[in-house]
Ligand binder design. Structure first.
Ligand SMILES: NC(=O)c1ccc[n+]([C@@H]2O[C@H](COP(=O)([O-])OP(=O)(O)OC[C@H]3O[C@@H](n4cnc5c(N)ncnc54)[C@H](O)[C@@H]3O)[C@@H](O)[C@H]2O)c1
Length: 355
Protein backbone atom coordinates (compact mmCIF):
# COMPACT_ATOMS: atom_id res chain seq x y z
CA UNK A 1 0.00 0.00 0.00
CA UNK A 2 1.49 3.39 -0.87
CA UNK A 3 1.51 6.21 1.67
CA UNK A 4 -1.49 8.12 0.28
CA UNK A 5 -3.59 4.93 0.03
CA UNK A 6 -2.66 4.22 3.63
CA UNK A 7 -3.79 7.70 4.70
CA UNK A 8 -7.05 7.39 2.78
CA UNK A 9 -7.80 3.97 4.30
CA UNK A 10 -7.11 5.36 7.78
CA UNK A 11 -10.03 7.78 7.72
CA UNK A 12 -7.90 10.69 8.97
CA UNK A 13 -9.12 14.28 8.91
CA UNK A 14 -5.70 15.66 8.07
CA UNK A 15 -2.11 14.47 7.78
CA UNK A 16 0.68 17.02 7.72
CA UNK A 17 4.23 16.32 6.56
CA UNK A 18 6.76 18.65 8.18
CA UNK A 19 10.25 19.18 6.79
CA UNK A 20 12.81 21.79 7.79
CA UNK A 21 16.03 21.87 5.80
CA UNK A 22 18.01 23.97 8.32
CA UNK A 23 17.53 21.59 11.25
CA UNK A 24 16.95 18.31 9.40
CA UNK A 25 13.48 17.98 10.92
CA UNK A 26 11.27 15.35 9.36
CA UNK A 27 7.95 14.86 11.13
CA UNK A 28 4.39 13.77 10.44
CA UNK A 29 1.34 15.05 12.32
CA UNK A 30 -1.90 13.06 12.02
CA UNK A 31 -5.24 14.52 13.06
CA UNK A 32 -7.62 11.59 13.14
CA UNK A 33 -10.68 13.31 14.56
CA UNK A 34 -11.77 16.63 15.97
CA UNK A 35 -15.41 15.49 16.36
CA UNK A 36 -15.29 15.83 20.15
CA UNK A 37 -12.80 18.71 20.35
CA UNK A 38 -9.24 19.66 19.38
CA UNK A 39 -7.08 16.62 18.67
CA UNK A 40 -4.64 15.87 21.46
CA UNK A 41 -1.77 13.39 21.46
CA UNK A 42 1.92 13.11 22.12
CA UNK A 43 4.93 13.55 19.88
CA UNK A 44 6.98 10.39 19.42
CA UNK A 45 10.66 10.78 18.50
CA UNK A 46 11.79 7.48 17.04
CA UNK A 47 14.30 6.17 14.45
CA UNK A 48 11.76 4.71 12.03
CA UNK A 49 13.25 2.48 9.33
CA UNK A 50 11.31 4.33 6.62
CA UNK A 51 8.92 7.22 6.10
CA UNK A 52 6.16 4.72 5.42
CA UNK A 53 6.78 2.99 8.76
CA UNK A 54 6.52 6.38 10.47
CA UNK A 55 3.28 7.18 8.65
CA UNK A 56 1.78 3.77 9.49
CA UNK A 57 2.65 4.31 13.15
CA UNK A 58 1.33 7.86 13.43
CA UNK A 59 -1.96 6.94 11.75
CA UNK A 60 -2.59 4.04 14.13
CA UNK A 61 -1.57 6.08 17.14
CA UNK A 62 -3.76 9.06 16.18
CA UNK A 63 -6.80 6.81 15.71
CA UNK A 64 -6.10 5.22 19.09
CA UNK A 65 -6.08 8.68 20.68
CA UNK A 66 -9.56 9.38 19.28
CA UNK A 67 -10.94 6.24 20.93
CA UNK A 68 -8.98 6.85 24.11
CA UNK A 69 -10.39 10.36 24.59
CA UNK A 70 -13.91 9.25 23.62
CA UNK A 71 -14.00 6.30 26.06
CA UNK A 72 -12.47 8.41 28.80
CA UNK A 73 -15.36 10.86 28.41
CA UNK A 74 -13.15 13.78 27.38
CA UNK A 75 -14.24 16.51 24.98
CA UNK A 76 -11.19 15.99 22.85
CA UNK A 77 -10.26 14.53 19.54
CA UNK A 78 -7.41 12.25 18.57
CA UNK A 79 -4.11 13.19 17.02
CA UNK A 80 -0.47 12.22 17.21
CA UNK A 81 2.87 13.23 15.77
CA UNK A 82 6.12 11.47 15.03
CA UNK A 83 9.55 12.97 14.53
CA UNK A 84 11.74 10.64 12.49
CA UNK A 85 15.18 10.19 14.07
CA UNK A 86 17.06 9.04 17.12
CA UNK A 87 16.33 11.47 19.97
CA UNK A 88 19.73 10.75 21.52
CA UNK A 89 21.51 11.76 18.31
CA UNK A 90 19.24 14.03 16.29
CA UNK A 91 17.45 16.07 18.94
CA UNK A 92 18.55 19.73 19.01
CA UNK A 93 16.82 22.78 20.43
CA UNK A 94 16.50 24.27 16.95
CA UNK A 95 14.87 21.08 15.64
CA UNK A 96 12.32 21.01 18.47
CA UNK A 97 11.54 24.71 17.90
CA UNK A 98 11.09 24.09 14.16
CA UNK A 99 8.70 21.27 15.02
CA UNK A 100 6.81 23.53 17.45
CA UNK A 101 6.34 26.11 14.70
CA UNK A 102 4.69 23.44 12.53
CA UNK A 103 2.33 22.57 15.41
CA UNK A 104 1.51 26.27 15.67
CA UNK A 105 0.46 26.46 12.01
CA UNK A 106 -2.46 24.12 12.83
CA UNK A 107 -3.98 26.81 15.08
CA UNK A 108 -5.04 24.39 17.82
CA UNK A 109 -6.56 21.63 15.69
CA UNK A 110 -3.65 19.55 17.06
CA UNK A 111 -2.35 19.99 20.61
CA UNK A 112 0.85 18.16 21.43
CA UNK A 113 2.27 16.45 24.52
CA UNK A 114 5.22 14.22 25.34
CA UNK A 115 5.51 10.60 24.29
CA UNK A 116 8.24 8.00 23.76
CA UNK A 117 11.48 9.85 22.97
CA UNK A 118 10.27 13.31 24.07
CA UNK A 119 10.34 14.88 27.51
CA UNK A 120 8.81 17.62 29.61
CA UNK A 121 11.86 19.77 28.73
CA UNK A 122 10.95 19.37 25.05
CA UNK A 123 7.39 20.54 25.80
CA UNK A 124 8.81 23.58 27.63
CA UNK A 125 10.85 24.37 24.52
CA UNK A 126 7.90 23.91 22.16
CA UNK A 127 5.85 26.24 24.39
CA UNK A 128 8.21 29.07 23.38
CA UNK A 129 6.77 29.00 19.84
CA UNK A 130 3.20 27.75 20.25
CA UNK A 131 0.48 27.70 22.92
CA UNK A 132 -0.77 24.36 21.55
CA UNK A 133 1.30 22.21 23.87
CA UNK A 134 0.53 20.47 27.16
CA UNK A 135 2.55 18.77 29.85
CA UNK A 136 4.94 21.69 30.34
CA UNK A 137 6.58 22.23 33.71
CA UNK A 138 4.16 25.06 34.56
CA UNK A 139 1.20 22.92 33.38
CA UNK A 140 0.42 19.30 34.20
CA UNK A 141 4.01 18.16 33.57
CA UNK A 142 5.01 14.61 32.71
CA UNK A 143 1.82 12.49 32.37
CA UNK A 144 3.56 9.18 33.15
CA UNK A 145 2.71 9.08 36.87
CA UNK A 146 -1.00 9.62 36.10
CA UNK A 147 -0.86 6.94 33.40
CA UNK A 148 0.66 4.51 35.90
CA UNK A 149 -2.04 5.39 38.45
CA UNK A 150 -4.73 4.62 35.86
CA UNK A 151 -3.12 1.23 35.23
CA UNK A 152 -3.31 0.44 38.93
CA UNK A 153 -7.04 1.31 38.94
CA UNK A 154 -7.58 -0.94 35.91
CA UNK A 155 -5.71 -3.80 37.60
CA UNK A 156 -7.90 -3.37 40.67
CA UNK A 157 -11.00 -3.51 38.45
CA UNK A 158 -9.82 -6.82 36.98
CA UNK A 159 -9.17 -8.27 40.43
CA UNK A 160 -12.66 -7.11 41.41
CA UNK A 161 -14.11 -8.85 38.36
CA UNK A 162 -12.28 -12.08 39.03
CA UNK A 163 -12.62 -12.35 42.81
CA UNK A 164 -14.92 -9.58 44.08
CA UNK A 165 -12.04 -7.89 45.90
CA UNK A 166 -9.92 -5.17 44.37
CA UNK A 167 -6.89 -5.54 46.60
CA UNK A 168 -3.54 -5.91 44.83
CA UNK A 169 -1.74 -7.13 47.98
CA UNK A 170 0.02 -10.40 47.14
CA UNK A 171 -0.76 -10.12 43.41
CA UNK A 172 2.11 -10.84 41.02
CA UNK A 173 2.46 -8.28 38.22
CA UNK A 174 4.97 -8.70 35.41
CA UNK A 175 6.01 -5.31 33.99
CA UNK A 176 7.69 -5.40 30.55
CA UNK A 177 9.33 -2.01 30.06
CA UNK A 178 10.32 0.16 33.00
CA UNK A 179 10.70 3.58 31.44
CA UNK A 180 8.65 6.59 32.49
CA UNK A 181 5.33 4.78 33.03
CA UNK A 182 6.67 1.34 33.98
CA UNK A 183 8.91 2.68 36.74
CA UNK A 184 6.05 4.69 38.31
CA UNK A 185 3.86 1.61 38.02
CA UNK A 186 6.41 -0.52 39.87
CA UNK A 187 6.48 2.05 42.69
CA UNK A 188 2.69 2.02 42.99
CA UNK A 189 2.54 -1.77 42.92
CA UNK A 190 5.22 -2.16 45.59
CA UNK A 191 3.26 0.31 47.76
CA UNK A 192 0.12 -1.78 47.21
CA UNK A 193 1.95 -4.87 48.48
CA UNK A 194 2.13 -6.58 45.09
CA UNK A 195 4.98 -8.81 43.96
CA UNK A 196 6.65 -7.40 40.83
CA UNK A 197 8.84 -8.86 38.09
CA UNK A 198 10.37 -6.43 35.60
CA UNK A 199 12.20 -6.59 32.27
CA UNK A 200 13.60 -3.98 29.93
CA UNK A 201 15.79 -4.05 26.83
CA UNK A 202 17.71 -1.18 28.42
CA UNK A 203 19.87 -2.46 31.31
CA UNK A 204 20.13 1.02 32.80
CA UNK A 205 16.34 1.24 33.14
CA UNK A 206 16.37 -2.09 35.03
CA UNK A 207 19.19 -0.91 37.27
CA UNK A 208 17.38 2.34 38.11
CA UNK A 209 14.31 0.42 39.29
CA UNK A 210 16.38 -2.19 41.11
CA UNK A 211 18.36 0.48 42.96
CA UNK A 212 15.08 2.07 44.09
CA UNK A 213 13.16 -1.04 45.11
CA UNK A 214 15.89 -3.64 45.61
CA UNK A 215 14.96 -7.20 46.37
CA UNK A 216 11.20 -6.59 46.26
CA UNK A 217 11.52 -6.58 42.46
CA UNK A 218 12.60 -9.65 40.44
CA UNK A 219 14.17 -9.32 36.99
CA UNK A 220 13.46 -11.37 33.85
CA UNK A 221 15.07 -11.36 30.40
CA UNK A 222 13.10 -9.16 27.95
CA UNK A 223 12.70 -12.02 25.46
CA UNK A 224 11.17 -14.29 28.12
CA UNK A 225 9.19 -11.84 30.23
CA UNK A 226 5.79 -12.71 28.72
CA UNK A 227 6.36 -16.34 29.78
CA UNK A 228 6.80 -15.49 33.47
CA UNK A 229 3.89 -16.97 35.47
CA UNK A 230 1.97 -14.19 37.20
CA UNK A 231 -1.46 -12.65 37.66
CA UNK A 232 -1.15 -9.66 35.34
CA UNK A 233 1.19 -9.12 32.41
CA UNK A 234 1.78 -5.41 31.88
CA UNK A 235 3.38 -4.38 28.57
CA UNK A 236 4.83 -0.90 29.12
CA UNK A 237 7.32 -0.76 26.24
CA UNK A 238 6.23 -0.56 22.61
CA UNK A 239 3.17 -1.90 20.76
CA UNK A 240 2.59 -5.16 18.88
CA UNK A 241 3.73 -7.37 21.77
CA UNK A 242 0.52 -9.44 21.87
CA UNK A 243 0.89 -11.54 18.74
CA UNK A 244 0.42 -15.09 17.48
CA UNK A 245 3.78 -16.12 18.91
CA UNK A 246 3.54 -14.53 22.37
CA UNK A 247 -0.18 -15.08 23.19
CA UNK A 248 0.02 -18.92 23.46
CA UNK A 249 3.04 -18.48 25.74
CA UNK A 250 1.44 -16.03 28.20
CA UNK A 251 1.25 -17.33 31.77
CA UNK A 252 -0.90 -14.59 33.33
CA UNK A 253 -4.69 -14.49 33.49
CA UNK A 254 -4.91 -10.82 32.55
CA UNK A 255 -3.11 -8.16 30.51
CA UNK A 256 -3.12 -4.52 31.61
CA UNK A 257 -0.38 -2.32 30.18
CA UNK A 258 0.52 1.19 29.07
CA UNK A 259 1.86 0.46 25.61
CA UNK A 260 -0.34 1.71 22.77
CA UNK A 261 -1.50 -0.78 20.11
CA UNK A 262 -0.53 -3.90 22.04
CA UNK A 263 -2.54 -6.21 19.78
CA UNK A 264 -0.49 -7.00 16.67
CA UNK A 265 -3.79 -7.45 14.77
CA UNK A 266 -7.49 -7.35 15.72
CA UNK A 267 -7.61 -11.18 15.57
CA UNK A 268 -5.19 -11.27 18.50
CA UNK A 269 -8.04 -10.00 20.70
CA UNK A 270 -9.93 -13.20 19.85
CA UNK A 271 -6.86 -15.36 20.48
CA UNK A 272 -6.59 -13.87 23.97
CA UNK A 273 -10.28 -14.42 24.69
CA UNK A 274 -10.03 -18.05 23.45
CA UNK A 275 -7.05 -18.55 25.79
CA UNK A 276 -9.21 -17.31 28.70
CA UNK A 277 -7.00 -14.26 29.23
CA UNK A 278 -8.71 -11.00 30.22
CA UNK A 279 -7.25 -8.35 27.95
CA UNK A 280 -7.98 -4.84 29.20
CA UNK A 281 -7.78 -2.68 26.06
CA UNK A 282 -4.72 -0.45 26.04
CA UNK A 283 -6.52 2.76 25.13
CA UNK A 284 -8.95 2.28 28.02
CA UNK A 285 -6.41 1.55 30.74
CA UNK A 286 -3.63 3.93 29.70
CA UNK A 287 -5.95 6.98 29.67
CA UNK A 288 -4.70 8.33 33.03
CA UNK A 289 -2.12 10.53 31.32
CA UNK A 290 -4.57 12.14 28.93
CA UNK A 291 -7.14 12.62 31.69
CA UNK A 292 -4.43 14.44 33.65
CA UNK A 293 -3.44 16.55 30.62
CA UNK A 294 -7.07 17.34 29.78
CA UNK A 295 -7.56 18.88 33.19
CA UNK A 296 -5.24 21.71 32.06
CA UNK A 297 -8.24 22.87 30.03
CA UNK A 298 -10.72 22.99 32.91
CA UNK A 299 -11.90 26.50 33.89
CA UNK A 300 -9.80 26.73 37.07
CA UNK A 301 -6.69 25.45 35.30
CA UNK A 302 -4.64 22.44 36.31
CA UNK A 303 -5.06 21.04 39.80
CA UNK A 304 -3.16 17.83 40.47
CA UNK A 305 -5.45 16.64 43.23
CA UNK A 306 -8.56 16.97 41.06
CA UNK A 307 -6.81 15.52 38.03
CA UNK A 308 -5.61 12.43 39.93
CA UNK A 309 -9.10 11.96 41.38
CA UNK A 310 -10.43 11.98 37.79
CA UNK A 311 -7.99 9.21 36.86
CA UNK A 312 -10.11 6.95 39.09
CA UNK A 313 -12.58 6.91 36.15
CA UNK A 314 -10.34 4.28 34.54
CA UNK A 315 -11.62 1.79 37.15
CA UNK A 316 -15.27 2.35 36.14
CA UNK A 317 -14.54 2.40 32.42
CA UNK A 318 -12.68 -0.89 32.67
CA UNK A 319 -15.64 -2.52 34.43
CA UNK A 320 -18.01 -1.04 31.82
CA UNK A 321 -15.92 -2.44 28.96
CA UNK A 322 -15.94 -5.98 30.40
CA UNK A 323 -19.69 -5.73 31.18
CA UNK A 324 -20.39 -4.66 27.59
CA UNK A 325 -18.17 -7.42 26.19
CA UNK A 326 -20.02 -10.04 28.23
CA UNK A 327 -23.45 -8.67 27.35
CA UNK A 328 -22.73 -8.38 23.61
CA UNK A 329 -20.63 -11.53 23.27
CA UNK A 330 -17.63 -9.63 21.88
CA UNK A 331 -14.02 -9.21 22.94
CA UNK A 332 -13.11 -6.40 25.37
CA UNK A 333 -11.25 -4.60 22.57
CA UNK A 334 -14.37 -4.71 20.37
CA UNK A 335 -16.54 -3.58 23.27
CA UNK A 336 -14.24 -0.64 23.99
CA UNK A 337 -14.23 0.41 20.34
CA UNK A 338 -18.01 0.26 20.15
CA UNK A 339 -18.30 2.39 23.32
CA UNK A 340 -15.93 4.90 21.73
CA UNK A 341 -17.80 4.92 18.40
CA UNK A 342 -21.10 5.41 20.20
CA UNK A 343 -19.73 8.46 21.99
CA UNK A 344 -18.25 9.80 18.75
CA UNK A 345 -21.61 9.42 17.05
CA UNK A 346 -23.72 10.89 19.83
CA UNK A 347 -21.31 12.82 22.04
CA UNK A 348 -21.92 16.50 22.36
CA UNK A 349 -19.10 18.50 20.90
CA UNK A 350 -18.65 21.29 23.40
CA UNK A 351 -16.72 23.98 21.63
CA UNK A 352 -13.93 25.18 23.85
CA UNK A 353 -11.08 27.43 23.02
CA UNK A 354 -7.66 26.04 23.62
CA UNK A 355 -5.70 27.02 25.60
N1 LIG B 1 4.02 8.34 29.11
C1 LIG B 1 2.70 8.25 29.20
O1 LIG B 1 2.04 8.92 30.02
C2 LIG B 1 1.96 7.29 28.31
C3 LIG B 1 0.57 7.39 28.21
C4 LIG B 1 -0.14 6.48 27.42
C5 LIG B 1 0.57 5.49 26.74
N2 LIG B 1 1.93 5.42 26.84
C6 LIG B 1 2.61 4.36 26.13
O2 LIG B 1 3.23 3.51 27.10
C7 LIG B 1 4.47 3.02 26.60
C8 LIG B 1 5.59 3.42 27.55
O3 LIG B 1 5.64 4.83 27.63
P1 LIG B 1 6.82 5.55 28.43
O4 LIG B 1 6.48 6.99 28.43
O5 LIG B 1 7.08 4.84 29.71
O6 LIG B 1 8.03 5.31 27.44
P2 LIG B 1 9.59 5.17 27.81
O7 LIG B 1 10.32 5.29 26.51
O8 LIG B 1 9.96 6.07 28.93
O9 LIG B 1 9.70 3.67 28.35
C9 LIG B 1 9.57 2.54 27.56
C10 LIG B 1 10.54 1.51 28.12
O10 LIG B 1 10.26 0.26 27.49
C11 LIG B 1 11.49 -0.35 27.16
N3 LIG B 1 11.25 -1.30 26.09
C12 LIG B 1 11.06 -1.06 24.77
N4 LIG B 1 10.83 -2.21 24.11
C13 LIG B 1 10.87 -3.20 25.04
C14 LIG B 1 10.72 -4.61 24.98
N5 LIG B 1 10.48 -5.25 23.83
N6 LIG B 1 10.83 -5.33 26.13
C15 LIG B 1 11.08 -4.71 27.30
N7 LIG B 1 11.25 -3.36 27.42
C16 LIG B 1 11.14 -2.63 26.30
C17 LIG B 1 12.42 0.81 26.80
O11 LIG B 1 13.78 0.44 26.90
C18 LIG B 1 12.01 1.85 27.85
O12 LIG B 1 12.75 1.74 29.04
C19 LIG B 1 4.59 3.60 25.18
O13 LIG B 1 4.07 2.67 24.27
C20 LIG B 1 3.72 4.84 25.22
O14 LIG B 1 3.21 5.19 23.96
C21 LIG B 1 2.63 6.29 27.61
Amino acid sequence: MNTFDRIEAGDQEQVVFCQDRATGLRAVIAIHSTALGPSLGGTRFYPYASTDAAVADVLRLAEGMTYKAAVAGLDQGGGKAVIIGDPNVDRTEELMLAYGRFVDTLSGRYVTAEDVGTTQADMDLIAKVTPYVTGTSDGSGDPSAATALGLVWAMKALFFLSSGADDLGGAHVVVAGVGKVGSHLVGNLVNEGARVTIADVNDRAVERVRSQFGASVAVAAPADVHRVPGDIYSPCGLGGVLNTQTIPELRSWAVVGAANNQLASPECGLLLADAGILYAPDFVVNAGGIINIASERTPGGYDREHAYADVHRVYDTTLQVFDTAKRDGVTPAEAAESLARRRLATGVHQIRNFP
